[in-house]
Design a protein around this ligand. Structure first.
Ligand code: AMP
Length: 588
């Protein structure tokens, strides 16, 4: 496939304001893609180079991109920086700047004729492979040669792909809808594709299987070690007394909720791989957990789900999330691991000795987990109690808070309490310490817009427009604008943090009312935790929009709490959760 075919589709995706048209455009594109290029087309459309878990990183930042643009256009760095500043985007700067590249640059990336998708994939693979001394220079030359071989519209997307800032606003579910429409007749046929994606975390692989082996091939996709399973997520309620009604099981397991990092561990003999909640490979970050899994998991192969927590063995106390995050680093990993040891609290077992446990009930999975996991203070099943009694749930919760834990996660023990990969359903319900206070609701919202700052905030943003994720419709619906709670440093950093998501028009999957239209738009990318006073009805925000009453739901008195970089936009608080919070408040 010609790369130009792909980029002209990208251009149309960028300017459409209709989600259905977005799906139709993508479906047409996919239907015309040959099987050996479908994986790459899927990744590029999502703004990625490969499946997220593969950890393929180009290592191209703005500086390398700017140097490559300058080299390809035969101009200097200052001109590139000026154009990028004016246009707000290095991709657009690469379109504007045209000139003669130096002799011999084509040797860094030989391409015959117009660029194909395969050519571009080959170029990026070469850039990703390049490491060690002199690699920045080599990366720059390959990217410059790719740019020199490209037409102006192609250059825009080459640069955006290289810097990881595609901004098309296409999400995983949008792409799955398009695959269903293209190959199964209608987007309503998405569920089997979604299931295969949930257990393989690789849309490219699902798409290729669909093209080559049809639906039977997709249905046969099963768990594969070292390929992450999308994590099951929790629901929330506004009153602890709602948990028993909602959870759909008389017997409830109440587990300790740890404030650490979600870690999925794959053990394959001595070979251990760890994945974060975003499904990136974090094995190198937790050499201690790798050791504990190797030593204490009594099975040849296994997949565990749990939380890495910083635990102070001297005082016997759990440390906050921020302490654990000090381990997020490239260098001196082992040294810092010694200073801040991580404990692995395992709350689920998804696979053992070649067998999937996803369709086993929670009690069965837990029983098997306890057999498989040798006891050790550095790796153990999550602490819990099993009860039918609300008072016992409350007591267990209070005891957790006293011990410095974040709260509890209640889990259904019903026969159908399967592990639902990628889903946020009522089988798992969390209850956190901040829910009990007056300022009750923290939401994880997605930044979709911002207003210009004035006065003291000139030069940065004055407020950001935040949205919840409507899972059913696969759109982002606004709930509030936040302007308070930011430290001076957070505020000053806002333009840098949001720059990569800036787009010049309203993204198709973002719904706003005319009153809420912001000065600047962002493709859904950044997730922010927000604390608010209450949820109210509002004509300004589109969350759970009721067309008859012309009202949605809004979060009142929202304050910035922290950025949630470990969450993808589709893992933000859902519109359904906001609706549930609103209903409970009103009734309670
Ligand atoms: P939140 O990040 O507030 O949406 O809470 C859900 C997260 O809590 C999960 O993704 C896990 O990382 C974490 N967690 C901590 N303890 C547990 C537990 N016992 N069961 C499930 N999730 C837990």
């Amino acid at each position: 496939m010609k790369f130009a075919t792909l980029t002209s589709c990208f251009r149309r995706l960028e300017v459409t304001s209709s989600q259905n048209e977005m799906i139709a455009l993508l479906a047409r594109l996919l239907a015309g893609t040959p099987p050996d290029e479908i994986e790459t087309v899927c990744y590029f459309t999502l703004g990625e180079i490969g499946p997220e878990y593969s950890g393929v990183a180009l290592g191209v930042g703005d500086r390398t991109a700017a140097a490559a643009i300058a080299l390809a256009a035969g101009t200097d760095l200052a001109s590139v920086e000026t154009a990028a500043r004016e246009l707000g985007d290095y991709g657009d700067a690469a379109v504007r700047l045209a000139g003669r590249p130096p002799e011999g640059i084509a040797e860094a990336f030989p391409a015959a004729g117009p660029l194909t998708v395969t050519d571009v994939h080959r170029g990026f693979a070469e850039i990703a492979r390049t490491s060690g001394p002199g690699s920045a220079d080599r990366k720059t030359r390959v990217l410059a040669a790719m740019l020199a071989a490209a037409t102006p519209p192609e250059r825009r997307y080459l640069v955006r792909l290289a810097t990881g800032e595609m901004r098309l606003g296409v999400g995983d579910m949008t792409l799955l809808d398009a695959l269903a429409e293209a190959f199964l007749g209608a987007k309503a046929e998405r569920p089997p594709l979604e299931h295969a994606y949930n257990i393989s975390s690789d849309i490219g692989f699902v798409a290729r299987t669909l093209l080559e082996s049809g639906l039977p091939g997709v249905l046969a996709i099963s768990i594969t070690l070292h390929r992450p399973i999308r994590p099951m997520l929790t629901q929330r309620v506004s009153r602890i007394s709602e948990i028993p009604e909602r959870i759909g099981s008389r017997v409830i397991a109440v587990e300790e909720k740890y404030d650490g990092e979600r870690v999925q561990a794959h053990k394959d003999g001595d070979d251990v791989t760890l994945f974060s909640r975003r499904l990136t490979d974090v094995t190198h970050q937790y050499p201690d957990i790798v050791r504990h899994v190797r030593r204490c998991v009594m099975a040849d192969t296994a997949i565990l789900d749990g939380e890495a927590v910083a635990f102070d063995h001297a005082t016997g106390t759990y440390q906050p999330f921020q302490t654990l995050m000090r381990r997020r680093r490239k260098h001196r990993v082992r040294e810092v691991a010694g200073e801040i040891p991580a404990t692995y609290r395992v709350f689920d077992l998804l696979y053992v000795n070649g067998e999937s446990y996803l369709r086993r009930s929670y009690p069965d999975r837990r029983a098997r987990l306890e057999e498989v996991l040798g006891r050790d203070e550095r790796i153990s099943p999550a602490g819990r109690t099993v009860t039918e009694d609300l008072d016992e749930i409350s007591e267990f919760y209070l005891a957790c808070i006293e011990r410095g834990l974040e709260g509890i996660v209640c889990k259904s023990c019903a026969e159908d309490s399967f592990y639902r990969a990628g889903a946020r359903e009522w089988q798992w319900i969390k209850w956190k310490s901040d829910y009990g206070t007056e300022l009750a609701d923290t939401l994880d919202l997605v930044v979709v817009g911002a207003n210009a700052g004035r006065g003291k905030r000139a030069g940065t943003y004055g407020s950001v427009l935040c949205a919840a994720y409507n899972h059913e419709e696969d759109v982002f619906q606004t709930v509030c604008g936040i302007g308070t709670g930011f430290s001076d440093a957070d505020l000053a950093d806002l333009p840098r943090r949001l720059a990569g998501a800036r787009v010049d028009r309203q993204p198709a999957r973002v719904a706003v009312t005319p009153q809420a239209v912001p000065d600047f738009w962002f493709a859904p990318a950044q997730v922010v935790e927000v604390l608010g006073l209450e949820i109210t009805e509002s004509p300004v925000h589109t969350c759970n929009w009721d067309p008859e009453r012309q009202r949605g739901l809004a979060l009142r008195f929202p304050r910035f709490v922290r950025w949630r970089d470990e969450k993808r936009p589709e893992q933000a608080t859902t519109a359904a959760e906001v609706a549930a919070m609103f209903r409970r408040r009103r009734e309670g």
